[in-house]
Design a protein around this ligand. Structure first.
Ligand SMILES: Cc1cc2nc3c(=O)[nH]c(=O)nc-3n(C[C@H](O)[C@H](O)[C@H](O)COP(=O)(O)OP(=O)(O)OC[C@H]3O[C@@H](n4cnc5c(N)ncnc54)[C@H](O)[C@@H]3O)c2cc1C
Length: 343
């Protein structure tokens, strides 16, 4: 009854987090649940979020959990949306582009997402010899990249244009928001570790170097025996992103000289012309990894209030964001629909 009364007013949603997960979730809620009043609350906004420094490359990478079915579903929805952006008049503004290239390996690989990307094929020994003789296996495919900083700025402008409210604040517990809001969406990334005491959330430290090398048109990645991409070259719209590290449990957000050397030397080995590239900047970010996988589920609080968790996307936040945001919308709709039908 209390819930029904509240819903006769305009239901209020607070999305906590202003990275790619929070902003995309807020915008999808506005688009698909137009009767809701949506607020984004965060203590860090673009350009100071982890999302801002991301490579913006679509590929499921360093994402936890055994059940990859949902990763494939969210990844497919997101890839389709990014393909749409990359072929729309917005592409230039968002630095959204289709990119083709090679992923090389020291061990054979057969990723489940191979059917989602375009033109997937295994490479032959001639290509390996010609391009990266250190590798033993490889694949070629077309995917999408987006300039995440530009994308966040666009999402924020859409959110404000749709009358979204923005609050710059830090919260210490989600319960603090219960009085004010009917639905709280927890998109706090690594912050969830402290905010809701989820110790399954740990950082995977990533360091990258951005360079000016406009002649680089293909992406190249190499995964050796360490299980993560040891080196990658991603031709973004604004710069070429060279990576990288994948250090689990490492909280250091500074730039490490050893890592810088490994990144530059490894990438130059893959693509010798990068020796000529001008370094723009080095950057380190902490991927919000969750060993048991992305947490996207609803928790019911007292008096019919709802929390929808959407965090722990590891090295794949950009890859999964739009699909995850769609599921948050479905979770809210499912939770409230029976009450609407009784009004
Ligand atoms: C080097 C590197 C390269 C990457 N490259 C790629 C890539 O190519 N493709 C890809 O898909 N992914 C990539 N990633 C991963 C991607 O960046 C993350 O998965 C993504 O940024 C997670 O987004 P998020 O919105 O959950 O987190 P964040 O961007 O960290 O945002 C978290 C938000 O929550 C807010 N917050 C947290 N706690 C609180 C609190 N208590 N109170 C108020 N606000 C709070 C913060 O202020 C912030 O606004 C990369 C990551 C790194 C480090």
């Amino acid at each position: 009854m209390a819930l029904t009364f509240r819903l006769m007013k305009k239901p209020r949603v607070c999305v906590v987090g202003a990275g790619v997960i929070g902003l995309s979730t807020a915008v999808r809620i506005q688009n698909e649940l137009p009767n809701y009043d949506v607020t984004v609350l965060a203590d860090r906004f673009s350009p100071d979020t982890t999302s801002d420094g991301s490579g913006g490359f679509w590929q499921p990478h360093l994402v936890g959990g055994d059940n990859q079915d949902m990763v494939i579903q969210w990844g497919r929805d997101t890839l389709n949306y990014l393909f749409y952006l990359a072929t729309s008049p917005l592409a230039n503004r968002l630095g959204a582009q289709m990119v083709s290239g090679y992923s090389f390996f020291s061990e054979p690989q057969c990723p489940e997402w191979r059917h989602l990307v375009l033109g997937y094929r295994e490479v032959d020994s001639r290509e390996i010899k010609l391009l990266f003789p250190r590798a033993r296996f490889g694949m070629f495919y077309t995917t999408v990249m987006i300039h995440v900083k530009a994308y966040l700025s666009w999402l924020m402008s859409r959110f404000k244009h749709n009358n979204g409210n923005v609050i710059d604040a830090r919260i210490d517990k989600l319960e603090d928001l219960v009085k004010e809001y009917d639905v709280i969406v927890n998109c706090t990334g690594l912050g969830a570790r402290k905010l809701i005491n989820d110790h399954d959330v740990t950082p995977i430290r990533g360091q990258v170097t951005r360079v000016k090398a406009p002649w680089v048109k293909l992406f190249m990645t190499y995964q050796g025996t360490h299980g993560h991409c040891e080196n990658y070259i991603l031709p973004g719209a604004d710069a070429v992103v060279l990576g990288g590290t994948g250090q689990e449990g490492n909280w250091n957000t500074g730039v490490d000289d050893e890592d810088r050397k490994m990144i530059l030397e490894g990438c130059v080995e893959m693509m010798p012309s990068l020796k000529e590239a001008e370094v723009v900047r080095h950057w380190t970010g902490l991927r919000p990894h969750r060993t048991s996988g992305v947490r996207l589920e609803t928790e019911r609080l007292a008096k019919g209030k709802l929390v929808v968790h959407n965090y722990g996307h590891g090295g794949a936040g950009v890859t999964l964001h739009w699909g995850c945001a769609g599921q948050v919308v479905r979770e809210i709709r499912t939770a409230f629909t029976p009450n609407f039908s009784r009004l």
